[in-house]
Design a protein around this ligand. Structure first.
Ligand code: DX5
Ligand code: ZN
Length: 216
């Protein structure tokens, strides 16, 4: 069964507690938490104060997606504020293998995100070490962008790589996931669907989450 991770980036920050409780009481599996530094991506989202609120109120795993340069500096700090899965960008890590080890040494699961322009082949020599690959299906930085169709092809390639190495890596899709494309994403091999706009712009966010959980 696939997992659904609503993206907190699209929540109402004036009412964050209510949105966290909505996710707690919904059929969502994880909280997807987008941290942006204004350098790696052209946007700044939020940092530790918001992470602490999530840690206090969220009753499901925090899946933290770091869109920041030199993420190694903050691995322990994110562990301390409750991250269970910590994802770094391939494009932001000079020594990716070391970054993955650093994350796993803290007891967190290690994720690696790749941008739409980055081929799957760059993960050939690290895939067995990676708990989750986050395939960006938009260019990172903003919620509510249009899904990039080449992602279907990348899911299939990634699935082949994971199978060929006998790895257990989960495939997460991040950006532009909606009620029209989620079934095809799962059929191609996606394990985790991130959804911001589709959940939070719905008249009933909790029903939108249930819809994304349905297998058709
Ligand atoms: C984009 C973020 C996504 C974003 C997804 O940089 O990584 O997690 O919140 O939002 P939607 O689902 O609206 O495309
Ligand atoms: Zn994300």
């Amino acid at each position: 069964m696939h997992l659904v991770a609503p993206s907190v980036l699209s929540a109402d920050f004036g009412n964050l507690k209510a949105d966290i409780e909505m996710i707690n009481n919904s059929s969502a599996d994880w909280f997807h938490v987008d941290v942006m530094d204004g350098v790696f991506v052209p946007n700044i989202s939020f940092g530790f104060p918001v992470m602490k609120t999530l840690h206090k109120l969220a009753k499901k795993p925090l899946d933290v997606h770091l869109m920041i340069v030199d993420p190694d500096r903050y691995v322990q700090a994110f562990k301390d504020v409750g991250a269970e899965i910590l994802t770094v960008h391939y494009e932001a890590c000079t020594h990716l293998h070391r970054s993955i080890q650093n994350i796993k040494n803290t007891g967190m699961k290690a994720g690696v995100a790749i941008n739409p322009h980055t081929p799957i082949s760059v993960l050939e020599d690290t895939i067995s070490e990676i708990d989750l690959v986050c395939l960006m299906s938009v260019n990172p930085g903003f919620g509510g962008q249009k899904f990039i169709e080449n992602t279907y092809f990348k899911i299939e390639k990634l699935k082949q790589l994971i199978t060929s190495k006998n790895a257990k890596t989960l495939i997460e899709i991040d950006g532009g996931v909606d009620l029209n494309n989620y079934t095809k994403l799962i059929k191609c091999g996606a394990d985790v669907l991130v959804a911001g706009n589709t959940v939070f712009s719905a008249s009933d966010p909790s029903t939108a989450i249930s819809s994304l959980k349905k297998i058709q």
